[in-house]
Design a protein around this ligand. Structure first.
Ligand code: 3H9
Length: 705
């Protein structure tokens, strides 16, 4: 027994409590502690039944994810895992009831399924989320879950990793009883009632495993979904295979099959990358100089200035999180358009069954449209979301300074401009911060919180707390042109144009990136965002380009021809009324003409060159950003790219990817590109230094974190 697992007896029921905050992960010592307590219960003559419960906010959130790296790096043996404990629970002569609140996830659910019974509070969630870490359940989950909920539901839960609520779990047969009120009291009473009943061990139940005829279409459908929605991922397929084994093999052989598949996933590069993303996301919320007890002012009302695409998305984000919001613009026409866009998008969600009409009405009711600045007076935060023009933003901030209430956060959604310059237009620069949302703002998970020179700690803390409430993953970044995301994205999209100028096709460039796993290729993204956005930014900053540096030619030409992207029906692609893209010969003509004018002899370009040039330009700029401390950690950059730019999570983000390729190999290519393509490829000093030392970007993260 140890401090991680506690034991007491309530009359004739032993209560075993896992006490490993914050989420009762099955860290070393926890399974051993549970086993020791169970043993003690067997020896305790007073005890007729056992309750297993979690202290604090959760039952058991799963295996300790930190341990996986130790196994894959060889510093720890995997051993028998949880199985000995699970058999001890399942075979206990004194029946064990798992009492679930918070989460029973992964290994936590596997422990619960080995118990004789499961009771839960209605708000609890139960799931096998391993697939999100590139894994499958590794402690019998793929074998016991189908025996409890049936094959189809078990596949769904293991393939996509989404949890079910306790109420649904009760309907499915995964939970035997819901407990209203105090969980331990209810669980002890339940356990006492069941103490003398014969136990139907889960591993011996076969009734729900189906026949081959019943199962074959279920597996076919699951594999089809894996192909279409999870194309590049190995874990979903492995989960399906393991569950298929449950339907075909005796339990113990199924367990062995699961163990093999688990092992393959665990040692895959995908799992390492996804686990990196899990911890990177949590690390991003930790700001070294921000004390944990910094007071956070609550946000009860928000204001948005500018009812364009971004303003609309941000207003919906607030409304969706339950925060009333005023959406202000100078023209009634803009407000009418905004309202129509909001109604259309909400109606689409209702049609897709994401939420009900009543929820839509509630959300709409939280959005007040206004032409009057004074409606912003009550707001705890005002977010400016007008287009990228410094003069206009300064004017708005000086006006906000006059009307916003004292203490209100003044946020700008600028994607490129200086927060400090904008803040200087107010008498309260410490209240000014960047809240850079990504389009569509109510969908994309990323929020770059841009910390200006004078942004106060309470404003920073409030921004982080607010981001969590809005359902966003926040990354705090420093102030520079484009911050982290767009500063890296500029060279990436520029390089895409250079590749086309040199001979690649639109299709080749986008395909190279989608085959790498990006959600969209760089040219399709340009069309989505609007090519005029980049055109405007290039004009705003053209005076900063060093003389003689290579400039991209193609997008300016497309914009001059009225090809602004999806919104004008044509950009790099031509779009039909449903925004379906088509290759357009007219674009090839423009490309040919630009090549002729620039005297470029097109050459054949390989997919490998496209991939390396696009990714390494991101990495090289990322290294500069890191050195300048615009990002606190390389893992923050990864989070920006995974959640804001569709970088495949199973590759871990650009900096993690570079580390996995090896920085000396990356540097070698960067040097070659530098020699071939000039000064834009100057290797970043940090890349040179780390590559020279045989280190990766992640090696400096720990010293910064
Ligand atoms: C598994 O179980 C495999 C099995 O089949 C067995 C095979 C043998 N381990 O997210 P939060 C930390 S795979 C270690 O901010 P929330 C987290 O890093 C596992 N640490 O809180 C953070 O630390 P810090 C399957 C963990 O309330 C702190 O706890 N299970 C683990 O927003 C708070 O986390 C999963 O995949 C863990 N398992 O959300 C569940 N979980 O304070 C993964 C959390 O230092 N976890 N931490 O930053 C989650 O989904 C969420 O953390 C949870 C809580 C919903 C539980």
């Amino acid at each position: 027994m140890n401090d991680l697992v506690l034991y007491y007896v309530d009359g004739d029921v032993a209560v075993i409590t896992v006490n490993n905050p914050p989420v009762n992960a099955l860290s070393p010592g926890v399974p051993e502690g549970i086993a020791a307590c169970l043993q003690r219960a067997q020896q305790d003559d007073r005890v007729r039944a056992v309750v297993l419960i979690g202290a604090g906010r959760s039952f058991i959130a799963g295996a300790d994810i930190k341990e996986f790296g130790k196994i894959t790096s060889g510093s720890k043996a995997r051993g028998e895992g949880l199985h000995p404990l699970l058999y001890a629970l399942e075979d206990s002569p004194k029946p064990v009831t798992a009492a679930i609140h918070g989460q029973a996830f992964g290994g936590g659910l596997e422990v619960a399924m080995a118990c004789a019974y499961r009771v839960a509070v209605p708000e609890a969630r139960l799931g096998q989320p391993e697939v999100k870490l590139g894994l499958i359940p590794g402690a019998g989950g793929t074998q016991r879950l189908p025996r409890l909920v049936g094959v189809a539901k078990a596949i769904e839960m293991c393939q996509f990793g989404e949890p079910v609520s306790a109420s649904e779990a009760a309907r499915l047969g995964l939970v035997d009883q819901l407990v209203e009120g105090d969980l331990v009291t209810g669980a002890v009473a339940f356990a006492r009632r069941m103490a003398d009943q014969p136990v139907n061990k889960v591993r011996q139940r076969d009734a729900l495993l189906g026949t081959p005829e019943q199962n074959s279409p279920i597996f076919a459908r699951a594999r089809e979904l894996a192909q279409t929605r999870q194309r590049d991922l190995i874990a979903p397929r492995a989960a399906i295979e393991a569950i298929e084994a449950a339907t075909k093999l005796p339990f113990y052989e199924g367990i062995q099959q699961e163990a093999q598949l688990f092992e393959q996933c665990l040692f895959s590069s995908q799992s390492k990358a996804l686990i990196h993303v899990f911890f990177a996301e949590r690390a991003a919320a930790k700001i070294p100089d921000l004390p944990k007890d910094t007071p956070v002012q609550p946000v009860q009302k928000a204001g948005i200035v500018g009812a364009g695409t971004m303003g609309v998305g941000i207003a919906m984000t607030y409304a969706n999180a339950g925060i009333p919001v005023v959406l202000k613009d100078v023209s009634q026409q803009a407000l009418d358009r905004a309202l129509a866009a909001i109604q259309r998008q909400y109606a689409q969600s209702v049609a897709k069954g994401r939420f009900s009409q009543a929820v839509m009405e509630e959300r709409l009711g939280r959005i007040q449209l206004s032409l009057d600045d004074r409606d912003l007076e009550e707001a705890d935060i005002v977010v400016e979301a007008v287009f990228e023009n410094m003069a206009l933003k300064k004017e708005i901030f000086s006006r906000l300074d006059q009307i916003a209430k004292p203490g209100a956060i003044l946020a700008t959604n600028t994607s490129t401009l200086s927060i400090d310059e904008i803040a200087a237009a107010t008498s309260r620069p410490h209240q000014v911060v960047g809240h850079h949302f990504f389009s569509p703002a109510h969908v994309m998970r990323l929020l770059e919180i841009v910390r200006g020179r004078q942004t106060s700690l309470p404003v920073l803390a409030a921004s982080l707390a607010l981001a969590r409430r809005l359902g966003k993953v926040a990354v705090v970044v420093g102030n520079c042109r484009g911050f982290v995301g767009n500063r890296m994205f500029g060279p990436y999209r520029r390089e895409a144009q250079f590749l086309i100028e040199e001979g690649a096709s639109v299709e080749q460039v986008d395909r190279a990136m989608t085959e790498f796993g990006m959600a969209m290729g760089p040219l399709a993204v340009g069309d989505l965002a609007g090519l005029d956005v980049g055109w405007r930014i290039r004009r705003e900053f053209q005076h900063l380009d060093p003389p003689g540096v290579r400039k991209p030619l193609l997008e300016d030409r497309l914009v001059e021809k009225g090809r602004l992207g999806q919104k004008s029906g044509a950009g790099w692609y031509r779009y039909d009324e449903n925004r379906k893209p088509y290759f357009d010969p007219a674009v090839d003509e423009i490309i040919d003409q630009v090549r002729r004018e620039a005297g470029i002899q097109p050459r054949l370009i390989s997919q490998q060159e496209i991939t390396e040039r696009l990714l390494y330009t991101l990495v090289n700029e990322g290294a500069r950003i890191l050195e300048e401390k615009i990002a606190l950690r390389s893992s923050d950059i990864d989070i920006v790219y995974v959640y804001g730019y569709g970088f495949p999570a199973h590759r871990g983000g650009p900096m993690f990817y570079a580390d996995s390729v090896g920085l000396s190999a990356v540097l070698e290519r960067v040097r070659e590109f530098h020699a071939q393509h000039g000064s834009r490829w100057q290797p970043a000093p940090l890349l040179e230094r780390l590559a020279g030392q045989g280190r990766g970007f992640s090696s400096i993260d720990t010293s910064i974190a």
